[in-house]
Design a protein around this ligand. Structure first.
Ligand code: FAD
Length: 288
């Protein structure tokens, strides 16, 4: 099996996917089944989120192991907000023991009432620590529109550079719906001296009710073309799904046409959406 870095460093067009573990242990088998269906599409890798919506680290690892068992490279997320050094060390040891050495190092969202706490205030601190803990391939998050908390995009880029210099091998972007924003971001990254591979995060929006929430959470701008789709099909779920898949497919075709070859799909635990996109791009995936 090619390593994650080999896949991210070549010039082929590669699609990867993301899944999230269940909140409760009882739902683990369902999530593994869905993950198996996504793995059957042969994505470059599958990343498994961590801590979001109250999930526990053990379940992230279990789902990541099922990704590997299905013959696909797993990438485990890990967050550090409100975590102690001991806790992070323990999670990394479990990953290392299971042979899971691809990690996406994140801060995680701040608690509603406050500032970062715990031993790692920023992802940069976590990255530096992971680097001392073994032979991990470490990636991080970046925000084409700027992270919502940051005072300016220039400052955000300065912190991103520090985070990459702390030991990141690749980046995955927050979702965006206007490719011009990504092209501008990649240009600014180059100027800032950041040269690691970037996976462009694409979320197919297939439910009009999701739109407002996703825009709020990600701080993304909704292009008028997409707002019109969401308005037109809000009450026709099947049409909205089709339109959301078409919009994401077009977005990816434009990215690939402009040399952005690594695409990370936020299809979450919905294999039918991932399947439709893989089908639409069947002759494009793998192109040099
Ligand atoms: P950081 O890189 O620490 O940045 C956070 C903020 O702090 C930014 O505004 C930045 O400019 C600023 N900053 C950075 N360094 C410094 C510094 N040294 N001094 C001062 N300010 C600084 N959340 C989960 O809970 N689980 C997940 O699995 C998960 N997966 C994600 C995957 C991707 C690809 C993305 C884009 C996000 C994911 N998130 C996840 C959400 C993420 O945790 C939040 O967006 C969080 O608010 C920021 O995380 P970060 O790692 O980018 O933080």
């Amino acid at each position: 099996m090619m390593s994650l870095m080999e896949m991210l460093s070549d010039s082929r067009m590669r699609l990867s996917c993301e899944v999230f573990p269940p909140k409760k242990f009882e739902a683990l088998e369902d999530v593994k089944r869905v993950t198996g269906e996504i793995a059957a599409l042969r994505p470059a890798f599958i990343s498994v989120t961590y801590g979001a919506a109250g999930t526990t680290p053990g379940l992230t690892l279990e789902v990541a192991e099922s990704v590997r068992a299905a013959g696909v490279t797993p990438l485990c997320h890990i967050t550090c907000v409100q975590s102690s050094r001991e806790h992070v060390t323990q999670v990394l040891r479990s990953m290392d023991g299971a042979g899971l050495r691809n990690v996406l190092a994140l801060r995680g969202d701040l608690p509603k009432d406050g500032a970062p706490c715990g031993d790692f205030p920023h992802a940069e601190d976590l990255v530096r620590f992971i680097r001392t803990q073994g032979d991990f391939c470490v990636g991080g998050a970046c925000y084409p529109e700027g992270h919502p908390e940051c005072a300016s995009r220039a400052k955000d880029m300065e912190y991103l550079k520090r985070k990459v210099d702390a030991g990141l091998s690749f980046l995955t972007t927050q979702m965006f719906f206007d490719n011009g924003i990504l092209y501008n971001f990649l240009y600014r990254m180059e100027r800032a001296g950041i040269h690691v591979p970037v996976c462009a995060g694409i979320m197919p929006i297939c439910d009009a009710r999701q739109v407002r929430r996703v825009m709020q959470l990600s701080g993304s701008v909704m292009p008028p073309r997409f707002a019109a789709i969401a308005d037109r099909f809000a009450d026709q779920p099947r049409a909205m799904t089709q339109a959301g898949i078409a919009f994401a497919t077009e977005q990816i075709v434009d990215l690939v046409s402009n040399g952005v070859n690594k695409i990370h799909l936020y299809t979450m635990n919905k294999p039918w959406i991932a399947e439709a996109i893989f089908r639409n791009l069947s002759d494009i995936i793998g192109l040099e």
